[in-house]
Design a binder for this molecule. Structure first.
Ligand SMILES: [Zn+2]
Length: 521
């Protein structure tokens, strides 16, 4: 191992462990003490990445020939450290502000009719309620967090841009892509192609949805507003008009179903589940994530499981990240026991989608074969609709982040609704003037990341095709698990993400699979 790689590993390993542990603790319980520890560990880690001496040595050593693992480690280290080569005061200001915004998201609860409600309750109302007044209140409650963080999110964009410019980049958008080994031109072309292949089927599908919603709520199509859709951002396919699987999940043990799924594919999740925190509690983060604490087997999932399809999907998704993290080749050096976000999201999306897959419903949920067969066509249409809704939503998010970083002083409230109208074909509330964009937590704490989900879902579709050919599918096929483990998980970060995708799925990333899949909506 190159001495610089060894030195960096020795330095970063304990700091990464402390940072991951603190991140876990603050999300499990958002106390002041945990928030303080989170900020401190984040700063210590960021301090190490900011080490100018080490960075200078990396810059010089990069070109020297060594073994491939060391050369790759040096390349990744440089990308990891680059955004931290900025003035200390700027760096700590960004870290502190991110932590503060994130804590406010964790603690915030919307209010409906004088009563505090969590995100699950808001989503339930938007899915189930037939009362437009109640829906509107729930939708508005989902946006109030935006007002409490918007100024700081805008400030974060300014600070991030200042950092990017000091490193010779146009703005944070461009810097982020470059350190993620993503080509901006290729990304913009891919997004345009995604727009092109989804515009017509989305308009057709949404036209039918709107007609049903207008009838359900006793209004005209022109009177439909954001709260008539089934989630706060219209980012998920509504159950309405397609197939509602929630009754099949009612009273079922979602965690046991997830374990059974991975058992059938020959991938071990028992250890992950033992370390996880899976159910809702006050003061706990309301989202879900998987974290690899130590790159040595301590992988955990945080979730707020309830017995519906969403949470079955989410549990399978997060455990998909988990089995990926556990699957890195033991021989890889610590720095390469990691992977690109596109690759891990692809695996997670592949597994999450099983909760709406005919094979899975029959084998794991033990639905009657006849019933599952009857559902099959509608499930395929539902998956197509899901891809359409999701793709249009990513076009909004990525489009918005381009605006945000191009000019943080722009009229962001107007820019947001302009994109929502253009891509999602949703009519803004009349006279609405509010920072609704800021209610999306990713803009604050996972900046310039959303396109990763889109790439991930495109790669997931490619993987599904590849596994169909290699193992006849995924559910109860240990052979498919072996293919994923060998071709996708095991190389870790030793291979660049686009080559990994090509090797694991048999072809480079393209919108062809997406175009085919959305055709059945
Ligand atoms: Zn994920």
């Amino acid at each position: 191992m190159h001495p610089l790689v060894a030195a960096a590993e020795e330095r970063l390993k304990p700091l990464t462990l402390a940072r991951n542990t603190a991140w876990w603790d603050v999300n499990v319980e958002a106390t002041d003490e945990n928030e303080k520890r989170r900020a401190e560990s984040e700063l210590a880690y960021s301090d190490a990445l900011a080490d100018r001496e080490l960075f200078g040595e990396l810059d010089r050593a990069r070109s020297s020939n060594g073994d491939p693992a060391s050369a790759r480690s040096l390349e990744l280290l440089r990308a990891l450290m680059l955004p931290h080569q900025i003035p200390d005061s700027l760096r700590s200001r960004i870290v502190e502000l991110e932590a503060s915004v994130e804590a406010r998201f964790s603690r915030h609860r919307g209010v409906i009719a004088g009563r505090e409600v969590d995100d699950n309750e808001i989503k339930r109302i938007l899915r189930e309620s037939d009362d437009p007044g109640e829906r509107r209140e729930a939708w508005e409650a989902s946006k109030t967090v935006g007002g409490t963080v918007a100024d700081d999110v805008r400030e974060l964009a300014r600070l991030r841009n200042e950092a990017a410019r000091s490193l010779g980049h146009r703005d944070w958008f461009s810097l982020s892509l470059s350190i993620d080994e993503l080509d901006e031109k290729k990304l913009l072309e891919t997004l345009e192609e995604c727009d092109r292949v989804t515009a017509e089927p989305f308009a057709r599908w949404k036209g039918a949805l709107d007609a049903r919603l207008a009838e359900r709520f006793g209004c005209s199509v022109e009177e439909l507003r954001p709260w008539h859709y089934a989630d706060p951002f219209f980012q998920e396919r509504p159950r309405d008009g397609s197939v509602d699987l929630d009754p099949l999940f009612k009273g079922r043990d979602i965690v046991a179903l997830a374990r059974r799924t991975f058992d059938g594919i020959g991938l071990e999740v028992a250890g992950i589940l033992d370390r996880s925190d899976l159910f809702s509690r006050a003061g706990k983060c309301q989202h879900a994530f998987c974290v690899d604490i130590d790159r040595g087997g301590d992988v955990r999932v945080l979730a707020n499981v309830t017995d519906n399809q969403d949470w079955a999907d989410t549990m399978l998704h997060e455990l998909g990240h988990g089995v990926y993290d556990l699957g890195f080749d033991d021989a890889l050096p610590w720095l390469l026991r990691d992977t690109h976000l596109v690759a891990t999201e692809a695996a997670a999306i592949l597994f999450g989608a099983l909760a709406g897959d005919r094979d899975w419903l029959e084998r794991v949920l033990e639905l009657e074969a006849a019933e599952a067969g009857e559902l099959e066509g509608r499930l395929r249409a539902a998956r197509a609709a899901e891809l359409l809704v999701f793709t249009r939503w990513v076009l909004v998010m990525t489009g918005f982040e381009r605006v945000l970083y191009r000019d943080p002083e722009a009229d962001l409230d107007a820019a947001w609704w302009e994109l929502v109208s253009r891509y999602q074909l949703v009519t803004p509330p009349d006279g609405r003037k509010a920072p609704d964009w800021a209610a999306k937590i990713h803009i604050a704490v996972a900046p310039v990341y959303y396109h990763t989900y889109l790439y991930g879902s495109i790669v997931a579709a490619q993987l599904r095709d590849a596994l169909e050919a290699a193992a006849g599918g995924l559910v109860d096929r240990p052979e498919a698990g072996k293919v994923l483990a060998a071709k996708l998980f095991s190389p870790g970060a030793s291979v660049r993400w686009d080559r990994l995708v090509e090797e694991a799925s048999g072809r480079p990333l393209s919108v062809d699979s997406l175009a085919r899949a959305v055709a059945s909506a």
